[in-house]
Design a protein around this ligand. Sequence first.
Ligand code: PLP
Length: 334
Amino acid sequence: MSELVLNRAAYINNLTKICAKAGGKDRVILVLKDNAYGHGATIVGREAANYGIKFCAVKNETEARELEPFFEHILVLSHIPDGGESERFIYAVNSLSLIAKFKKGARVHIAVDTLMHRNGVAVGEAKAACEAALVHGLQICGAFTHFRSAEELSSDYFVQRRNFDTAKAVVREICGERDLVFHSHNSAATERFGELADECVRVGIAAYGYAQFDESLELKRVASLWAHKVSDRVLKKGQCAGYGAKFCASEDMRVAIYDLGYGDGLLRYVGEGELRTASGQRLLGKMSMDSFCCEDAGEKICVFDDARVWAKFFGTISYDVLTKLSPSINRRWD
Ligand SMILES: *Cc1c(COP(=O)(O)O)cnc(C)c1O
């Protein structure tokens, strides 16, 4: 059976480096959204909690409930308020107009739009948002922003930094200095700038070993994807493999069918261009829903241990390759 094998030592290495950069375990909000970037929320979340991380961020309440056993604080980033908010979670306020829809008493972090123009209240609306939240009886526990291009050497980061400082001052003024949690640095910004005196970091992909900015940090990739052989055969000269006869053997060759396909979340190889598994075999012909064909290399092969290889081939990013991996693939620590 196909499986995603997770390297514990690599994961602990990454957490240790991130915590050192951030200024301590209590300064890290670990982003575990989308099934922990495809690695498996429960298996990864438990390990992170054992390591000493107390705060995580997720996409929605379904994800938050899955991680509830492990974390003291869980921030729900993309919540659409419906009046049923749980007192166990903290919710992002993504727009001024949504404040009245939250349940009274809900704990929130104000998202501030400092340039990205995705979610959040404008810097100029920060005061109105805090006041409206307090009038509505919400507990403001913090505020955050997100960088649109922290991995690029442009002035954007510094513009956003300045805008967020303005917003933080507003939030402090209205809410007082009590226990507010501010955060802005994603993986790239954390690698680049490290600790800030008054902020936590909010790190996702770096924990899985994919540096966005600083290769010298020596993050180690955590996941490797393995497929197992279903069958093998000799493809005779002139015979073609799979749908659409996209690959035809120019001489007799031994091929095998392995048990992973696009139904398992692999990006679909259509039989054009050279894509190789991490074990070195060339994929042959169009990928099927539950399998692909390649040169026979024994009972089990490593499909990838670096999502960037597939990301590059398909013109996308490692995040995309990883988060697509089906939750039904078995996941285990090595
Ligand atoms: C996904 C996400 C992150 C994590 O980004 P990485 O680049 O994986 O570190 C942080 N903050 C927000 C709001 C996100 O949506």
